[in-house]
Design a protein around this ligand. Sequence first.
Ligand code: ATP
Ligand code: MG
Length: 251
Amino acid sequence: MLKINNLHARVEDKEILKGINLTVNAGEVHAIMGPNGSGKSTLASVIAGKEDFEVTEGEVILDKENLEDVSPEDRAHKGVFLSFQYPVEIPGVSVTNFMKTAINESRKAKGLEDMPAKDMLKLIREKSELLEIDRKFLSRSLNEGFSGGEKKRNEIFQMAMLEPKLAILDETDSGLDIDALRVVANGVNKLKTKDNAVIVITHYQRLLEYIVPDFIHVLHDGKIVKSGTKELALELEEKGYDWLKNEAVVK
Ligand SMILES: Nc1ncnc2c1ncn2[C@@H]1O[C@H](COP(=O)(O)OP(=O)(O)OP(=O)(O)O)[C@@H](O)[C@H]1O
Ligand SMILES: [Mg+2]
């Protein structure tokens, strides 16, 4: 589904990604870990097509299509979902209305008409029940006064509604408490199918006890220096990241 080849990216004069190779197949969950500043959020932004970063070498391929000239909006319409590390507040726009607009925008891009109100309500009901989201929450203004956990819940709700092909969840800096970790984990687990894939960026070994990724990758100084299965997270918890610096040199 997603194939990243020798990806280099920079912001201004600073090279941040220094040759990333990553393959994500449908049905898989990948976790990306690594120290602060190693380039995890940058990688997520580059996959989503954010224009602050310049790709200097390599490619991002989604379903055999090179995304080089595809705008962030079109990537979203092709099924790439990136959670916002710092979500915007939109006073006066409810969670429900925001979702209606997002869904209809995405349908429009595919040449479809607006989803009939009845179907929309059904979908909202289904997904909010699946994720155990309180009705009252859906009528609140988007992100206004939301706690960290509520923002996460909202993000997972967006993901559930949009049914992305590839979801990238960047958990960094968000100060997740144990409830928010569960919200994210339950959401990912319940929405997982054989046709979609998820990349979770996290510092929390604990999250990976709930989600259980198929693969874990460690990013260090803009490169993936180690990949493994879930046991790698335990090893990292125990040993930290320092020992991997040497691996980076060896490679
Ligand atoms: N817009 C920008 N302008 C300048 N430098 C940037 C910009 N965005 C990212 N960087 C730099 O790129 C490096 C990687 O940042 P990135 O946010 O990808 O790290 P991260 O692995 O997500 O870290 P964390 O775990 O703290 O979230 C950092 O040194 C950061 O300062
Ligand atoms: Mg980050």
